[in-house]
Design a protein around this ligand. Sequence first.
Ligand SMILES: Nc1nc2c(c(=O)[nH]1)N[C@H]1C(S)=C(S)[C@@H](COP(=O)(O)O)O[C@H]1N2
Ligand SMILES: [Mo]
Length: 184
Amino acid sequence: MRHISFLIVVSLFLSVLLSAGCTDISNSDRYNDYNLTLSYDGNEKNLTLSDLENLPSFAGNGYLISTVGIRYGPLMGRGVPLTEVVKIMNGINESSRLYFYGSDGYLWVLDYDQIHGKEFITFDENLTELKDQNITPVLMYEQDGKQITEEDGGPVRLALLTEKNGIITEGSGWVKWISRIELH
Ligand SMILES: Nc1nc2c(c(=O)[nH]1)N[C@H]1C(S)=C(S)[C@@H](COP(=O)(O)O)O[C@H]1N2
Ligand SMILES: [Mo]
């Protein structure tokens, strides 16, 4: 009897240890195994999270509103400007579009002007539309100084950042869990 309870205690202890270990491993795996595919002119190039972190970055303010009016932010984001990403894809022209895919299959498309930060719909905090705001769209890998949580769309999320604060952008462009970008 003593042996049996000892075994139960040991196996309980082991299973707690293992499951704790697994959560840690699977969480950091999401970042270590992260792979972004760039598809352009018949080529495919894969980038890791550290590849992205080693590219030129932009840090700025982010603030989004969902279609049902939920606000996320204000936040500080850092990421690779899309103008840097398209350099890796051998550049773009005025009829180019970028297709951003989330790992859940979500798709959002930006045209040439938007890749350069123009023609986004923006609002102030009273939701009055603001014209001609400069946006810097980035592949965001850091939010408020930390890696982005899975819930917030990490490891990498498309973010519409601004130098000024208090500028609200539409949430639909903030593609979570970016896994693939195609140039069309
Ligand atoms: N991958 C992915 N990204 C996404 C979405 C999605 O369904 N999948 N929803 C978008 C929309 S419509 C909004 S408003 C914001 C916030 O959505 P949430 O409230 O579902 O987080 O994320 C955007 N990014
Ligand atoms: Mo939305």
